[in-house]
Design a binder for this molecule. Structure first.
Ligand SMILES: [Zn+2]
Length: 110
């Protein structure tokens, strides 16, 4: 049963890696301290900012994917990290790398 999730996870991992999802973030940060010419560069900075955000999200997902694959190997995949309850299959299908059930996720957000 977890084999299809493993495939989904590995597919997503390959997708992130092949689109160059992970890049070092150093360098891009320096622009933020230059407040002086922000007005001129506003548009450019916004684009960089959005891209940066995507990269950070990719890095997080990638990390979560690795952890999920490790859990499949250990046989603990599909159990919520916080409460230990099984995560619903629908949720796992939508986000195979998720660590917590929907109840705990909602608690985190509130
Ligand atoms: Zn939970």
């Amino acid at each position: 049963m977890s084999e299809s999730f493993r495939e989904a996870l590995m597919g997503k991992r390959a997708e992130i890696l092949t689109t160059g999802g992970i890049r070092p973030l150093a360098g891009t940060m320096e622009n933020n301290s230059r407040q002086g010419d922000m007005a001129d560069q506003a548009n450019g900075n916004n684009e960089v900012h959005i891209q940066l955000k995507i990269k950070q999200t990719d890095a997080k997902i990638l990390q979560a994917i690795e952890e999920a694959l490790a859990r499949i190997d250990k046989g603990t995949y599909g159990a919520c990290r916080d409460c230990g309850e099984p995560i619903s299959p629908a949720r796992l299908k939508a986000i195979p790398w998720t660590r917590v059930c929907i109840t705990c996720k909602e608690k985190q957000n509130s």
